[in-house]
Design a protein. Structure first.
Length: 176
């Protein structure tokens, strides 16, 4: 756990990243996300599956939702594409529609680290009863953890008992 998380614990219980956000994975993620190279999603999912403890699997996987405007622009949700493969490989039900992104925020990528939490605040909604359930949120990249943290807050309000954040890659402090 990083020092920032020790000082200010996130709303999720566990964060798991398959790899550091560095070459060649950064290039693969960029190709998936911005060049619509969907064939890369299973490769990235397999990287993540190899790191997941089979003895501590969640009840459900929730892919990071995209706002409808961003989904129309991109044509697909990269987190959902990765989550489909992870769900199938680990035999964990996928819940792609229980949470929605209700705020169209600027991309976190271009923002300073300190602005990211503010940018994503109140961006998600979920009305599903998740009482006592173990949930794994799945996203492609974690930088500050702000997006995962904001979604985790909503899942907690819905009663989730344990929330994990699973990402393919983690940006190390100071990277952008």
């Amino acid at each position: 756990m990083c020092g920032a998380c020790l000082a200010n614990p996130p709303a999720f219980h566990l964060g798991l990243a398959a790899v550091n956000y560095a070459f060649p994975v950064d290039a693969l993620l960029h190709s998936l996300k911005y060049q619509k190279n969907l064939a890369i999603a299973p490769v990235l999912a397999d990287l993540l599956v190899r790191r997941i403890d089979a003895g501590a699997l969640p009840d459900f996987i929730v892919p990071m939702p995209l706002h409808p405007v961003r989904l129309r622009e991109r044509g697909f949700n990269q987190a959902l594409e990765i989550a489909r493969r992870v769900s199938k490989r680990l035999d964990i039900p996928l819940l792609p529609a229980i949470c929605r992104r209700v705020k169209d925020t600027p991309s976190q990528t271009g923002l300073p680290w300190k602005e990211r939490g503010k940018n994503i605040r109140d961006a998600f909604a979920c009305e599903t009863d998740l009482s006592g359930k173990r949930i794994a949120m799945l996203d492609d990249v974690m930088t500050t953890g702000s997006t995962l943290n904001e979604l985790a807050k909503i899942l907690r309000k819905c009663g989730a008992a344990h929330i994990s954040g699973w990402v393919v890659a983690r940006t190390l402090s100071g990277d952008s």
